[in-house]
Structures are given as structure tokens and as C-alpha cells.
Ligand binder design. Structure first.
Ligand SMILES: Nc1ncnc2c1ncn2[C@@H]1O[C@H](COP(=O)(O)OP(=O)(O)O)[C@@H](O)[C@H]1O
Ligand SMILES: CC(C)(COP(=O)(O)O)[C@@H](O)C(=O)NCCC(=O)O
Length: 329
């Protein structure tokens, strides 16, 4: 894989490996160059029709068919096997307790920087996992719903700290996960709007005993100060989406420019005041938000959680995954 000239914090330096060769990873992981990982889709009894793939591409128009086949199909095969094994363990416990067998939802956490592509990845994974006949009901929840509302953040002086641990209602987030894992028939999650940049008052997303819950957000692998439980205590599997900082910064800026042309044009947008900024100035605004908030958060709170994930997906400049780390167990 190619790291360019910038050393990446926490990763072995490029000098450690021959050009194009894998640089290895922490000893807890097996490292797969993309081509080796792609071979692990072998025997996946899931064949996607052209129509299925067209449906998936609707989620993110740039997603190539090759990306689905090489990266997502092996991962969906691995997860299908993992879900079956977790259910087997559930049967053991229910049999031991003499209770009727009811498998709890299988929960997958997805972590990574702002703008690394977590929500895009999570949506595609949701669609692919839902195609397996033995776990058709796959729900997706994003942790931005657990941010405190703007009124609370303003009162606490935290508007410049969105995404940092103190900006989330962690108690509520843990209570949500705990209820889902306990098999509660219906659990409500609050909903955040990127348009108003605030929690939507009264709006809820209901989760009703899914087979699989995908729980996505930059903070899902973080410790919660002082609280007895962590979000990851409820995870059966976890993924960290990784990339070089200069690429993530570029994706953040490009997304900001796209939003300027679309969402910011609406009067209800929190960033409506930026709707007519000339491109160079809009780029400067995006760069400032990136450097002052999201990059600091990446360094202080997100990147340090990477090696808690079961799987690390490393993306290259064009968003394609070039290396996969799978924890040995
Ligand atoms: N696989 C991909 N192919 C092409 N573009 C992508 C891909 N994943 C993410 N993007 C783009 O990168 C930007 C950040 O992705 P997003 O999923 O919104 O990130 P996050 O949820 O981590 O903040 C978006 O503009 C998105 O369209
Ligand atoms: C809402 C976010 C904190 C991400 O939340 P997540 O769903 O990962 O919990 C982030 O997208 C954000 O708005 N950061 C604040 C700075 C900015 O406007 O980019």
C-alpha cells in the first residue's frame, strides 16, 4: 500500500516496508492487502443481482462494483459466520437457564474520524447484510442522535466541541444499547439533523428487535469517563474506518462544498450564512472547522481507539480500501 510521504501517527513508518508491500500492523492483527482479502469471499452463498448492485450504488453513486465484491462480500461472509456462532452461544446460555431461546440482536460498532466515510460504509453494510436470509432485519443508528441539543451545548460552552466526549449524553447512549441488547420490544433513539445542526425536537427512530444493529459514530469505541459501562461492552463486532489525515481533510472539505451547493441553500440550514461564499473562502471556513474541531478530536479521542476494533479498514485517496487488519481474536 502507498502511504505517500506523510508518516501516519500510530502506524509503522513507510520506511519499514518495501514499496507496495504491506507495512504490517500491530501484532494483535492479521494484515491483508486488498487482493488477499478479496479472495476470502470464496463460497459466499450470496450472489447479488445487477439490480441489487444498482440499488446499492444508489446509496453512494461512486461505489464501484469491484469495491462491493472485493471488500464487502468477504466482510459479509465473515459477519454471517460470526452471527451464527453468536446465536449458538445464545442457545447454550438459554438452555443452561432453561429459558426459551431468543437470540439478542447482534451489534456491530463502526468508528472512525468525521468524514472518513463511516456513514457511507454503514449504509452499504446494512444493505448487504440484510440480503442474507437468516438475518434480514438490519437497523442502523448513528451516535449523533446522542449529542446534547444545541441549547444545552451553548449553555455549557460546548458548541466548538461537537463530537468530543463531553458533547454526548453518554448515559442515554448506554441505556439505549443496553435496552436493545436486552431484547426490549421497542427502543427509541433521538435523531440529529445535519441541516439544523441540532437534535430534532420530539423525533425518534424506533428500533424493534433487529437481527443486527449497526451502531455508527466517531465515539463508539471510546471509554466513558466514570461510567461503569462502555458502548463497546454491547458490541459483538467492531470496525474502525481509517485513512491518512490529508485525505480525510480533503473529503471533509469536498463534502462541505457539496453541502454549500445543496443543504446550505435552504433557509433552515445552520450554515445558511455561508451559502454564497466564493469557493476559496468556503474552503478556508471548512479548513478551519476541520483543524480546530475535527482534527483535534481525531488526535485526542478517535485515533487512540483504533486498536480496540476487531477490523480496521484502511482507505486510499480515492476511497477504495487498500488494506484490512483483522484482529486474531
Ligand atoms: N466509498 C466511497 N466512495 C466515494 N465517496 C465516498 C465513499 N465513502 C464516503 N465517501 C464520501 O466521503 C465523504 C465523507 O463520507 P461520510 O460517509 O459522510 O463520512 P462520515 O460518516 O465518516 O462523516 C462524503 O462526501 C461521502 O460521499
Ligand atoms: C455530528 C458530528 C459530531 C459527528 O457525529 P457522530 O454521528 O459521528 O457521533 C460531526 O459531524 C460534527 O458536526 N462535528 C462538528 C464540527 C463540524 O461541523 O464538522
Amino acid at each position: 500500500m502507498h502511504h505517500g510521504t506523510q508518516p501516519v501517527p500510530g502506524r509503522p513508518s513507510p520506511a519499514a516496508g518495501a514499496a507496495g508491500a504491506s507495512l504490517g500492523g500491530p501484532p494483535a492483527y492479521r494484515v491483508f492487502p486488498r487482493a488477499e482479502w478479496a479472495e476470502l469471499r470464496a463460497n459466499t452463498p450470496l450472489s447479488l443481482s445487477d439490480e441489487d448492485i444498482a440499488g446499492l450504488r444508489g446509496l453512494t453513486e461512486q461505489l464501484s462494483l469491484k469495491e462491493v465484491a472485493d471488500v464487502f462480500l468477504p466482510l459479509s461472509r465473515l459477519l454471517n459466520l460470526q452471527v451464527a456462532a453468536a446465536r449458538g452461544l445464545g442457545v447454550v446460555q438459554d438452555t443452561f437457564l432453561g429459558r426459551p431461546v431468543v437470540p439478542p440482536p447482534y451489534i456491530i460498532g463502526i468508528a472512525g474520524s468525521v468524514a472518513v466515510g463511516k456513514s457511507t460504509f454503514a449504509r452499504v453494510l446494512q444493505a448487504i447484510l440484510a440480503r442474507w436470509p437468516d438475518h434480514p432485519k438490519v437497523e442502523l443508528i448513528t451516535t449523533d442522535g446522542f449529542l446534547y441539543p444545541t441549547a444545552v451545548l451553548e449553555e455549557r460552552g460546548l458548541m466548538g466541541r461537537k463530537g468530543f466526549p463531553e458533547s454526548y449524553d453518554l448515559r442515554r447512549m448506554i441505556a439505549f444499547l443496553s435496552a436493545v441488547k436486552a431484547g426490549a420490544p421497542e427502543v427509541a433513539a433521538p435523531v440529529y439533523s445535519h441541516l439544523t445542526y441540532d437534535i430534532i425536537p420530539g423525533k425518534q427512530q424506533m428500533v424493534r428487535r433487529p437481527d443486527i444493529l449497526i451502531f455508527e459514530g466517531l465515539n463508539v469505541l471510546q471509554p466513558s469517563a466514570g461510567a461503569p459501562l462502555l458502548a463497546s461492552d454491547f458490541f459483538d463486532f467492531s470496525v474502525y474506518v481509517d485513512a491518512e489525515e490529508r485525505h480525510i481533510a480533503e473529503w471533509y472539505i469536498q463534502r462541505f462544498l457539496l453541502l454549500q451547493r445543496t443543504a446550505f441553500q435552504k433557509p433552515t440550514s445552520y450554515f445558511h450564512r455561508y451559502k454564497d461564499l466564493p469557493e476559496q473562502e468556503a474552503i478556508a471556513v471548512a479548513q478551519n472547522i476541520w483543524r480546530q474541531i475535527n482534527l483535534v478530536n481525531l488526535h485526542e479521542n478517535i485515533q487512540p481507539t483504533r486498536e480496540r476494533a476487531r477490523l480496521v479498514l484502511h482507505k486510499s485517496a480515492n476511497h477504495s480500501v487498500d488494506e484490512i487488519w483483522l484482529r486474531r481474536m
